[in-house]
Design a protein around this ligand. Structure first.
Ligand code: SF4
Length: 241
């Protein structure tokens, strides 16, 4: 399958995102799960999946990880997305015993003290729920872009995901720049998160995400106290853990 995926990845590289999404929904139906943080990249996926899904007669399955630390604006926006798009929206929350043990060990802000503690928090609040979100899935679809960070520079439009049991990972926007993503969103009337208009160039947990100044790197708004080579939460199996 790897060879077929590489060929498809190359073929879809310059196509609009709906092409890779159509392939994934046709091939895997509801066994393809769309990861959604509600960033502009992810609402593009939801918008396009709803459109393509309606044509194919497939109701796309989208999942949101409610880490328990999201901005209020994100929760309000999630309801707007739920109302606007005809998709099945599944929400996964962290398991209470894992969060209780994390809080006992490192308190409410331990993730600021070391990369290891931050990764423990991401493991409990994101990585473990992701495993449940992908249970039974044959593919997942993400809004990753190569331009986003050094840890994402080799993302392919379609690839096998060794860190999630070898299922197929589809990233239709892999080759997009941030400007291209916004251009696509505007031209197609995609619903966009209101925090973007306040300088948030990525959407994540409230204590670990901030607005960035003009000219600053987009990922400077995530875990700004860490070295850029560590800035992955473990969802995408890249970067040192
Ligand atoms: S982004 Fe921050 S608050 Fe969210 S899970 Fe990771 S360390 Fe915890």
């Amino acid at each position: 399958m790897t060879e077929e995926l590489s060929l498809l990845a190359r073929a879809f590289e310059r196509e609009p995102p709906g092409v890779a999404l159509r392939w994934a929904l046709e091939r895997f139906g509801q066994d393809a799960r769309i990861a959604c943080s509600l960033s502009v990249e992810d609402t593009i996926l939801v918008h396009e999946a709803a459109r393509v899904g309606a044509e194919l007669g497939v109701r796309p399955r989208v999942f949101l990880l409610d880490t328990g630390r999201l901005h209020d604006e994100t929760l309000v926006f999630a309801e707007r997305v739920r109302d606007r798009y005809d998709v099945e929206l599944d929400v996964y929350a962290p398991q209470a015993p894992l969060v209780e043990s994390l809080l006992k060990k490192q308190g409410f802000l331990g993730f600021r003290h070391s990369v290891a503690q931050r990764k423990d928090c991401c493991d409990a609040r994101k990585v473990e729920p992701l495993r449940r979100a992908l249970a039974g899935a044959r593919a997942w679809i993400t809004g990753l872009r190569r331009e986003q960070s050094v840890t994402r520079s080799d993302v392919a439009v379609i690839e096998e995901d060794a860190s999630n049991g070898g299922i197929v990972k589809v990233s239709p926007l892999a080759g997009f720049t941030e400007a291209q993503a916004w251009d696509f969103a505007r031209r197609n009337g995609v619903l966009t998160h209101p925090l973007h208009a306040q300088g948030f160039r990525s959407i994540g947990c409230a204590p670990c995400t901030r607005a960035v100044a003009e000219g600053e790197d987009a990922r400077a708004g995530r875990w700004w106290w860490e070295d850029p080579s560590h800035k992955e939460c473990g969802l995408h199996g890249r970067g040192p853990r």
